[in-house]
Design a protein around this ligand. Structure first.
Ligand code: DUT
Ligand code: MG
Length: 610
């Protein structure tokens, strides 16, 4: 029910347009009624051979309704779709703005295909909300009132018949359809999402499926879902046909009842016979307002399920980081201005308070000391602590390495610095302020990251590089590619910098991908550098080549290096050895070796292996 409130609120922002669209929709149906009624009246009158002048008004009426129906219909469609698409774009923007700031945190538990189906399909479903759920009952209500009053002019019992038929066709039939089709709307939404996931899984995991001989099984599962979906769609189509037939039956029954009552009234001399056809045909056409009502519950169900799926992702944000959410409540126009503004002030922005975002700070380029004070962190309240009482300080420009075995929380430290998550205990500060006091986008602007899982976009090499600096010139791109030892490879490709690298960069080798990531960071030229296993997974020669680049990259920057490779750590100002979320040893490489503790053990083993 919350979701319906949310949808209505989004929609009501456009209430003037909505009122106009509703008004036009009533006018369209009225024109239809008018056209049929006036035509019937004209035929009946003409049959009595009156002077042509007596018919003039009716003839004009027929012409008018004939034309106005088309015009009103056009305007109504135009306006109602305009409202619908405005609401859709609102939903998309709001949805994106809310999932973006803490993206990895919020989306971690979701499969990307499911996310995609939420962003695309669930948002799309919302276009039915105004067109098929909200507007039809309101329009039908006003048609009932208007045409009911018209009928009451002749005899109030005619209005009662109309009202009874409207209630049966507009309330009882939809109720029946709802009972018969209970849950199908929701099932369709889930099955579609599931199908998306299966298709994507099948394509992305093709190598695994082929090598484990699972293609057949996967296809069977896929077909099952597909069949289920088709079955659901078939049920809905049947229901739609059934309800249309039923409504048609009731409409004709209504017309027939009005006709019978009319004939009785004519016999008693209480109604002029020429009006009979008009009343009957007018009634039949007034049901145009009722036909869409049968599927209202079905569409409503789909809307609610999709809206819930959207809100599911957005809701925690609303409570958890209300301030950030508010920050994102600007419209697109402002967004553009804001970005240009901050780019302009990128280098000179030493003013403490950001104008565009009052209360949030912009990091000062001359005060980037990073420190953790007794930070404890876990991903969920119910899960064990991942970091325990972690404290360290990285003075501006110095280099810290974090080492430790897999799963001890190294990447988690990075997640906290980038504010993908916030720590539960302790404080992380940059300069003289704690991290949450900074504007999140400004904070991320000053940090360059090469992660364990670099994501490359299915675009050209150039576009992937430009991600880091959209304004970079071709010369700059080539210079950075040279520094990352990538330029020669790129120019050997037939399309050079304009070569497509495929989904996730699959046309590149692992080393080339990492180099591209490094080139990207070089281009970003951020004062803080985070390297999370930047060279992991490469053969040792490529690894040391890439690491050389990495070390060059570190010059003059505050650096956090996460590595499992102990060679080259001599140049680090401090090394932190992590075990089970705690720092168990710290010091320079030389100090730690002298100490002959856990670090020394690891170092010896590493040397032995290499
Ligand atoms: N963890 C979660 N949720 C996440 C990410 C990690 O529960 O979204 C857990 C897994 C692990 C712990 O946190 O038990 C620490 O993970 P982290 O990624 O920080 O470990 P790491 O030191 O970076 O391991 P590796 O060297 O394998 O990258
Ligand atoms: Mg890691």
């Amino acid at each position: 029910m919350k979701s319906i409130g949310w949808l209505t609120r989004l929609m009501l922002a456009y209430w003037p347009r909505i009122l106009l669209a509703l008004f036009l929709s009533v006018l369209t149906i009225t024109s239809h009624i008018g056209l049929m009624a006036a035509s019937a009246y004209l035929l009946a009158r003409a049959a009595l051979h009156p002077p042509i002048l007596d018919l003039m008004v009716t003839i004009v009426g027929v012409r008018f309704f004939g034309l106005s129906r088309a015009v009103f219909r056009y305007l109504e469609r135009y306006l109602s779709h305009d409202v619908t698409f405005r609401v859709l774009s609102q939903i998309r923007v709001k949805f994106y703005e809310q999932i973006e700031p803490l993206a990895p945190a919020r989306l971690g538990g979701l499969r990307s295909e499911d996310l995609l189906s939420r962003i695309v399909a669930d948002v799309e479903t919302q276009q039915n909300f105004y067109l098929r759920v909200f507007a039809p009952p309101i329009a039908a209500f006003f048609v009932l009132i208007g045409y009911g009053i018209f009928l009451a002019n002749y005899d109030i019992r005619l209005s009662y018949i109309l009202a009874a038929c409207f209630v049966i066709a507009g309330v009882i039939v939809p109720w029946l359809v709802k009972r018969l089709g209970q849950g199908i709307g929701a099932q369709i939404i889930f099955l579609k999402a599931h199908l998306n996931t299966q298709v994507a899984d099948g394509l992305l995991g093709m190598t695994e499926l082929l090598s484990y001989h699972q293609v057949g099984d996967h296809l069977i599962k896929f077909r099952e879902t597909n069949d289920e979906l088709i079955e659901c769609e078939r049920k809905i189509t049947k229901l739609a046909a059934f309800s249309a037939a039923l409504t048609g039956l009731i409409a004709n029954l209504g017309m027939w009842l009005i006709l019978v009552l009319g004939i009785l009234l004519v016999e008693k001399g209480r109604l002029n016979g020429v009006n009979l056809g008009m009343l009957a045909l007018g009634t039949l056409s007034s049901f145009e307002a009722v036909f869409p009502l049968a599927l209202v519950p079905h569409h409503l169900e789909q809307n609610l399920v999709s809206a819930d799926r959207l809100l599911d992702l957005m809701k925690p944000e609303e409570t958890k980081d209300g301030r950030d959410r508010k920050k994102h409540d600007y419209n697109r126009e402002n967004d553009k201005i804001r970005h240009e503004d901050s780019r302009e002030h990128e280098d000179s922005s030493k003013n403490e308070d950001s104008r565009e975002n009052p209360g949030k700070l912009i990091p000062r380029a001359d005060n980037l000391k990073l420190s953790f004070q007794e930070v404890s962190f876990r991903y969920e309240k119910t899960e064990p602590w991942v970091l325990k009482d972690v404290s360290f300080t990285i003075p501006q420009g110095s280099k810290v390495a974090i080492v430790g075995s897999s799963g001890v929380g190294k990447t988690s430290i990075i997640n906290l610095i980038l504010r993908f998550w916030d720590c539960e205990k302790g404080e992380i500060s940059l300069g003289d302020h704690s991290l949450p006091e900074y504007d999140i986008e400004e904070l991320r602007r000053i940090i360059g990251v090469v992660t364990q899982k670099t994501y490359l976009f299915n675009a050209t090499i150039k576009e992937n590089l430009l991600l880091a600096k959209p304004s970079a010139t071709n010369q700059e791109l080539m210079d950075t590619a040279r520094q990352a030892k990538l330029h020669e490879f790129i120019t050997s490709l037939p399309n050079g910098y304009d070569s497509y690298i495929g989904e996730g960069g699959f046309k590149l080798s692992g080393g080339q991908r990492q180099r591209l990531a490094i080139a990207r960071v070089l281009l970003k030229n951020a004062p803080i550098l985070i390297l999370d296993e930047a060279a992991a997974g490469l053969d040792s020669i490529t690894e040391s080549e890439v690491l050389n680049e990495v070390y060059r990259l570190m010059e003059g920057r505050t650096t956090i290096l996460i590595t499992h490779n102990f060679s080259g750590l001599e140049i680090m100002d401090e090394i932190l050895l992590l075990k089970e979320g705690r720092i168990i040893e710290r010091g320079t490489h030389a100090e730690l070796l002298q100490h002959e503790g856990a670090y020394w053990e690891l170092w010896k083993r590493d040397r032995f292996i290499n």
